[in-house]
Design a binder for this molecule. Structure first.
Ligand SMILES: Cc1cc2nc3c(=O)[nH]c(=O)nc-3n(C[C@H](O)[C@H](O)[C@H](O)COP(=O)(O)O)c2cc1C
Length: 312
């Protein structure tokens, strides 16, 4: 089901892969301006009141009211672009905003790591070690150790770059044994003009597959590349980062993905079942106690029956 969903993309490329030189200069200016003039140099800790005046970080106060905490949280940003240009510049601006919330930020580029193509042996599904020996365990460990994740890619042929896709394929084990349940994840995409909708859909399916809490998309196309990143574009991600996951209300699509995993684990005779049992997920309507309400709980139970019957 997951495979079918993720593979349904259109490949309409109507854009151009070059950003006119003035844009690049604009972006560089924006990044410099963002760091030096727009945002306060000193981090604003959740829990303290935001400085008066021009501070655009209004949602710090909201987070404080919710009893949230972003200070000291580790955010990992993953860049799927071969060059440090449009997407990277957006990440730098996001880093500035996050730092004002006291978070620690690491930006890594997938091109700096050795990532082999998946060969489809399905060793990861049958609970054996991946056949490929490369840097994927390092990347997966970094993701697991982070408190929040930002996945980014330029739009290539209405989807993420092949590098990002290769990386995503290699995390397939997490579709069966999710190690990152409840992690806040935000997406960043830049494009010349087209493909944002499809790329967003890819990112969302990917993150839903490993049980993440989705924190929205920051997107820029040719016309808006020079537009500075606003604090409000990150407010959902920051709120998720600060909040305990019991306040999360999973979308129906997330409940469906959970239920597919639960059915697969129930039918598995090996490691998958043990993995799900150890976490007590087989008795639950979602991975963890959260804002399900009676409708979502009922939906989860019904889905379990429907999917179990369909997979008989
Ligand atoms: C191989 C390739 C494919 C691309 N495909 C699309 C596309 O489908 N739609 C589009 O509008 N732009 C497309 N672009 C343009 C990039 O998405 C855009 O320039 C992006 O901002 C580059 O980001 P970067 O500077 O981080 O690499 C493509 C560029 C390349 C090189």
């Amino acid at each position: 089901m997951f495979y079918a969903g993720t593979l349904c993309y259109s490949f309409i490329y109507a854009g151009t892969n070059t950003i006119p030189a003035p844009y690049c200069a604009d972006i560089e200016r924006v990044v410099e301006k963002s760091a030096a003039d727009v945002w306060p140099e000193k981090p604003v800790a959740a829990g303290s009141s935001a400085p008066k005046g021009k501070n655009p970080h209004a949602c710090v106060r909201t987070l404080t009211l919710l009893g949230g905490q972003t200070v000291g949280k580790k955010v990992l940003m993953i860049d799927g672009s071969a060059r440090r240009r449009n997407t990277y510049n957006i990440l730098l601006q996001i880093e500035q905003v996050l730092k004002t919330h006291g978070t620690k930020v690491e930006i890594l580029n997938l091109f700096d790591y050795q990532i082999e193509d998946c060969i489809g042996c399905e060793a990861c599904v049958s609970c054996k070690e991946c056949a490929k020996k490369d840097d994927m365990p390092i990347l997966m460990r970094k993701i697991m150790d982070s408190d929040g994740l930002i996945l980014s890619s330029p739009v290539y042929m209405s989807c993420v770059t092949s590098r990002f896709k290769t990386f995503a394929d290699r995390t397939n084990t997490w579709v069966h044994k999710p190690e990152t349940v409840g992690k806040p994840v935000m997406f960043v995409a830049t494009t010349a003009s087209t493909g944002l909708k499809e790329t967003k859909r890819f990112f969302e399916l990917f993150a839903t597959g490993f049980g993440a809490r989705k924190g929205g998309l920051v997107a820029r196309s040719g016309k808006t590349l020079g537009k500075p990143v606003q604090e409000k574009e990150l407010s959902r991600f920051l709120t998720l980062l600060a909040q305990d996951k019991r306040y999360y209300r999973p979308a129906m699509s997330e409940i469906v993905m959970f239920t597919v995993g639960k059915v697969l684990a129930t039918k598995s005779t090996g490691d998958d079942r043990r993995f799900w049992e150890e976490r007590e997920w087989l008795n639950r309507n979602y991975y963890y106690p959260c804002k399900m309400g009676p409708v979502r709980n009922l939906f989860s139970k019904l889905m379990f029956r429907v999917i179990s019957n369909a997979m008989r």
